[in-house]
Design a protein around this ligand. Sequence first.
Ligand SMILES: [Zn+2]
Ligand SMILES: [Zn+2]
Length: 130
Amino acid sequence: MQCPRCDMPLVTAKYESVEVDMCEQCWGFWLDSGELQQVLTEQALTFSAEESDLVLGARSAWDSGPEEPAACPRCSRTMQRLSYNESVHIVIDRCAEHGIWLDTGEIKKIQAIAEKSKDIHRMLLAKLGI
Ligand SMILES: [Zn+2]
Ligand SMILES: [Zn+2]
């Protein structure tokens, strides 16, 4: 598979003990259907309240992320854009069949949100259909 942002081959990496595909150039992550849930439920890496605020507060660098939807690295179709959370700007590119693409930093923000509120976490997973 190739990175939908920079066409570099994705490499297999471990994130929170889950195997994901990662781009070493832009630090984006590809997660096959179901893998995000695994990452979020593993919670091997936990944040303190202060760390969560830091992660969520450091949004300026990530807000300048790509505006264009990515193409699915498995089927090349343009992915659907979903807002993961309205209060924190995270946009996820999702292929209904294959999985989701997370641009740089997004996986950490999602994890911080998930750890802050189990209710938000459940609601978001349902919304994403994973
Ligand atoms: Zn890339
Ligand atoms: Zn696809």
